[in-house]
Design a protein around this ligand. Structure first.
Ligand code: ATP
Ligand code: MG
Ligand code: MG
Ligand code: MG
Length: 462
């Protein structure tokens, strides 16, 4: 059975709707009144107070498709993008929730029935994990559902004890994995090869039982509840018979749009995947009101934009390009997220201006970095250089790191931190004399942008 990403989204809502779940819209990527959280990172975030018992709703079962960003904070997948088949900075998490209504047995039954009867996934390709001490969940999987015991794996690490942050609702969980086949490297969960992409986690069922306090103590929740999260792109990959999330309908379209905008024909280039991933997080973050800046959420956004721009430059983009992808994105996701279509002009403008600003220094920064890489002895890029790229050319550390990783180099993070500290001290001293040091930080050269290609000579490493 082949289903489009949009079909799967709809099927999920229909299935859980039939079982008494109230459809709830995705909340913003900027968490409402939750200073503990950088960005919305799971479907349960908007229900946090309902789990804690401090907020009441008119329903006890809910279903949602939540837009999530994992690019900072406790859950951070930025470094995985371009390297794994299954991670995005932005993704959609489908979820069903019970607020003191059903618990483990029904949650497991719902998930299994949805996968094996609605989507008709072959049972033999699925395996599950439970928290090592959770005999009850093991028993339900084995005796109630009938999963062979060798396919139920006990895990004792935090992988099977889900928490949204350092404090807040949490509990043991049970994850469902799909085996993409022997030809792909990777081992089942709990083995040293588990980080490979053969066995891919598709659904996490969290048995919410505690509220973790700042001092680490676990306070029982007023009513045990259920929180689940199923990655829409991961299930789409399975339903569309492809291995990587980046090959599903939605990504194939974004990648081909990106290829034609930057002017490349090699659709398998890793940089295209990075760009296709980053346009989703950047566009949705702006849509939800985040603006590029030098701190907090805005700095995370700036870092992602600059990373995407660097990858476009690497592919040979000859002009400001990133904002042009908003059009293709809106075609893919505007129906499910009308706010994206409404905000399109604003998103395009913000991305365009940010790229224009960065592009003035990108080529020169890249040339300096490439020269340094060519002359580098050893495999570590000095902290001083990382700092100079950051301070003068607007290269966030993770951007330099992204380049370094492509060439198997490390960066000297301690040296960078030391250079930062020294600068803070200088800034402090200067401000003691009343000088406005900050206004001289990150001075962009006033030259006009004339295209990325001008600085890309034969000799470039990148
Ligand atoms: P993984 O171990 O593969 O990193 P996770 O255990 O961190 O996943 P959860 O926090 O359990 O993920 O999130 C619930 C579901 O959301 C996962 O089972 C997966 O299907 C999906 N998911 C999580 N992170 C990502 C991501 N970065 N990109 C796409 N889908 C994701
Ligand atoms: Mg993860
Ligand atoms: Mg996991
Ligand atoms: Mg998980």
């Amino acid at each position: 059975m082949t289903l489009s990403t949009a079909d799967i989204r709809r099927t999920f809502f229909e299935y859980f709707g039939r079982h008494g779940h109230q459809a709830v819209s995705s909340s913003s990527l900027v968490p409402a009144d939750d200073p503990t959280l950088l960005f919305t990172n799971a479907g349960m975030n908007q229900f946090k107070d309902v789990f804690l018992g401090t907020e009441k709703r008119s329903y006890t079962r809910a279903v949602s498709a939540q837009r999530c960003v994992r690019a900072g904070g406790k859950h951070n997948d930025l470094e995985n993008v371009g390297y794994t088949a299954r991670h995005h900075t932005f993704f959609e998490m489908m979820g069903n929730f019970s607020f003191g209504d059903y618990f483990k047995k029904e949650a497991i039954e719902f998930a299994w029935t949805f996968l094996t009867e609605e989507l008709k996934l072959p049972k033999e390709k699925l395996l599950v994990t439970v928290y090592s001490e959770d005999d009850e969940a093991f028993d339900i999987w084995e005796h109630h559902i009938g999963v062979p015991k060798e396919k139920i794996i006990r895990i004792s690490t935090s992988d099977n004890f889900w928490s949204m942050g350092d404090t807040g609702p949490c509990g043991p969980c049970s994850e469902i994995f799909y085996d993409h086949g022997e030809h792909i490297w990777g081992g089942p969960p709990g083995t040293p090869e588990e980080d490979g992409d053969r066995f891919i986690e598709i659904w996490n069922l969290v048995f919410m039982q505690y509220n973790r306090q700042a001092d680490g103590t676990m306070e029982p929740l007023p009513k045990p509840s259920i929180d689940t999260g199923m990655g829409l792109e991961r299930i789409s990959a399975i339903m569309q018979d492809v291995h990587s999330n980046y090959e599903i309908d939605l990504f194939a379209n974004l990648i081909s749009a990106a290829a034609s905008i930057v002017g490349t024909s090699d659709l398998s280039d890793k940089s295209l995947r990075v760009i296709a991933d980053h346009i989703r997080s950047c566009a949705f973050l702006v849509c939800d009101g985040v603006m590029p800046s030098n701190e907090g959420r805005g700095y995370v956004l700036r870092r992602i934009i600059r990373r995407a721009v660097r990858h476009g430059y690497k592919l040979g983009a000859s002009d400001i390009f990133f904002y042009k992808l908003v059009d293709a994105l809106t075609k893919e996701m505007g129906e499910a997220y009308p706010e994206l279509a409404d905000q399109k002009p604003v998103i395009e403008k913000v991305l365009r201006v940010e790229e224009e600003q960065f592009s003035k220094t990108l080529s020169r920064g890249m040339n300096i970095l490439n020269d340094a890489l060519r002359e580098l002895e050893g495999d570590t890029i000095p902290g001083e250089l990382v700092f100079k790229l950051y301070d003068t050319y607007g290269f966030p550390v993770d951007l330099t790191n992204d380049v370094a990783r492509e060439h198997d180099y490390n960066i000297d993070e301690a040296g960078f931190e030391a250079a930062m500290q020294a600068q803070r001290k200088r800034a402090q001293e200067a401000s003691n004399f009343g000088a406005d040091y900050n206004s001289t930080l990150r001075v962009e050269q006033q030259t006009a942008f004339t295209g990325y290609s001008e600085a890309t000579g034969e000799s470039n490493v990148v």
